[in-house]
Design a binder for this molecule. Structure first.
Ligand code: GLY
Length: 358
C-alpha cells in the first residue's frame, strides 16, 4: 500500500499542487476532461495555481462558481450546476472537481452523484474543515426546508487531494472551525491526539503540528468510514456534537459557522455524558480549556445570539438522521476515545445539558 492509498480511497496529503497532475493521470481512463465547481473566494485564491498544475493532462470543459457560504447549499444551486453541466456537454466520463470548502464539496458531490445517474468527481478541499472531515468518506448533500443535510447521498470521490498550503490564506475563524472537528477525533477515537492537542495548543498553526493533525484526522476518519461507509453502525460516532450542532445551526438560519455550532454541540454532548455518569468533569474541563485557548465558542451567546430556546433546539433535532422510531439518539462518551450512541436520554436531562450553553 502506498502512502496515498487509504482504505476508503486515494487521499493525497501534500503542501502544494505540484503533483496533482499525477493524481489526474491515475484516473485518466475517465477521459481526461473536467468540470470545476468552486466559489468566488476560492476562485480568486487558488484556481490559477490549480489550473497551472493540471493544464498538460486535462481539458477543462467548464466551471461553475457559487456564492461562498452555507446559504448556497440548496436545491437551487444544484439546479444551476445541472444546467451548467448540460451546457458544457458534461458526460459520464467528465470528472467534476470540487475545489473549495465543505459547501462546495458537499454540493458538487451531490450534483455529481445524481447527474446522469452519477458522474465521477474528485475533492480538492481548501479549508481545514473540508480537509479533515467533509472531503473524506463520500457524504454529499444539501440543506432542505431549513434542515441541515436532509437530502444527500453516499458517493465516493475518485480521489481527495489535500494541499495544506491552501490553509495559508484561510481566515482564522474558518481554521478554528476545522480545529473543532480535529478535537472531535481526539475525543471520540484517540486519547493520544486529545492529549497532543492540549500539549501543543499554543503552537497549533505551526506547519509540522498542523500536518500531523490533518494526517491523523484523515487516518481516523478513513478507519471508521472503511468499517461502515453507509453509516449503519460505527460511523455514527463521527456525528459527535453534530445532532445538537446541526439543530443550532439551522435554528440560527446558518448565520453561525458550522464548526462553531458543532463545537457547541460537543459541549452539550459532554455535559450530557457527565449527567449520565459516563465521564468525569475533567474531560469537560480539558475540552473547555482547548476551546478557550483557541477561541472556539462554548456558549451560544459567544456567537452573538441570545434569544435561543433549549426546547426549540430539542424539537429541531427530530430531523436528525440518527432518529429511529421517533427517538432522538445521541453520540456520547463513555471515556475519551470511547464514543457510543445512547438511545436512552430523557428529554429533561437533554434540555438541562442544552441550557448549559445558552
Ligand atoms: N461528518 C461525519 C461523517 O462524515 O460521517
Amino acid at each position: 500500500m502506498y502512502e496515498d492509498e487509504f482504505r476508503c480511497g486515494l487521499i493525497y496529503i501534500r503542501d502544494n499542487f505540484e503533483d496533482i497532475f499525477l493524481a489526474f493521470k491515475r484516473i485518466e481512463s475517465l477521459g481526461g476532461s473536467i468540470f470545476i465547481v468552486t466559489d468566488n473566494n476560492v476562485k480568486e485564491l487558488h484556481l490559477n495555481s490549480f489550473l497551472t498544475s493540471i493544464s498538460d493532462v486535462v481539458t477543462v470543459k467548464g466551471m461553475h462558481v457559487i456564492k461562498p457560504g452555507e446559504e448556497s447549499k440548496n436545491s437551487d444551486t444544484v439546479s444551476e450546476i445541472y444546467k451548467a453541466f448540460s451546457a458544457a456537454g458534461v458526460d459520464r466520463k467528465t470528472v467534476a472537481v470540487a475545489l473549495g470548502g465543505g459547501v462546495v464539496g458537499d454540493i458538487c458531490g451531490f450534483a455529481a452523484s445524481t447527474f446522469m445517474r452519477g458522474i465521477p468527481y474528485v475533492q480538492i478541499p481548501t479549508t481545514l474543515m473540508a480537509m479533515v472531515d467533509s472531503s473524506v468518506g463520500g457524504k454529499t448533500g444539501i440543506n432542505f426546508e431549513g434542515h441541515k443535510n436532509l437530502v444527500g447521498s453516499f458517493y465516493q470521490p475518485k480521489f481527495v487531494y489535500i494541499n495544506i498550503g491552501n490553509l495559508k490564506t484561510l481566515p482564522r475563524e474558518q481554521f478554528l472551525e476545522g480545529m473543532a472537528e480535529v478535537i472531535k477525533y481526539g475525543l471520540i477515537h484517540d486519547a493520544e491526539l486529545f492529549g497532543f492537542l492540549i500539549a501543543n495548543v499554543d503552537k497549533i498553526s505551526d506547519d509540522d503540528i498542523i500536518s500531523y493533525l490533518i494526517r491523523r484526522s484523515v487516518e481516523i476518519k478513513d478507519e471508521i468510514v472503511s468499517k461502515d461507509e453507509k453509516e449503519i453502525g460505527v460511523r455514527e460516532i463521527l456525528n459527535f456534537g453534530h445532532t445538537f450542532g446541526h439543530s443550532i445551526e439551522s435554528l440560527l438560519k446558518y448565520k453561525a459557522p458550522h464548526g462553531f455550532c458543532v463545537g457547541l454541540g460537543m459541549t452539550v454532548a459532554l455535559n450530557l455524558s457527565i449527567a449520565k455518569g459516563y465521564i468525569g468533569f475533567d474531560v469537560f474541563e480539558k475540552y473547555i480549556y482547548l476551546c478557550k485557548k483557541l477561541g472556539i465558542p462554548s456558549k451560544i451567546s459567544d456567537l452573538g445570539f441570545t434569544n435561543i430556546d433549549a426546547d426549540d433546539i430539542y424539537e429541531n433535532m427530530r430531523y436528525d438522521k440518527k432518529v429511529r422510531n421517533g427517538k432522538i439518539r445521541f453520540v456520547l462518551l463513555k471515556s475519551v476515545e470511547d464514543a457510543f450512541v445512547d438511545e436512552l436520554c430523557e428529554k429533561d436531562e437533554v434540555i438541562l445539558s442544552i441550557d448549559s450553553i445558552l
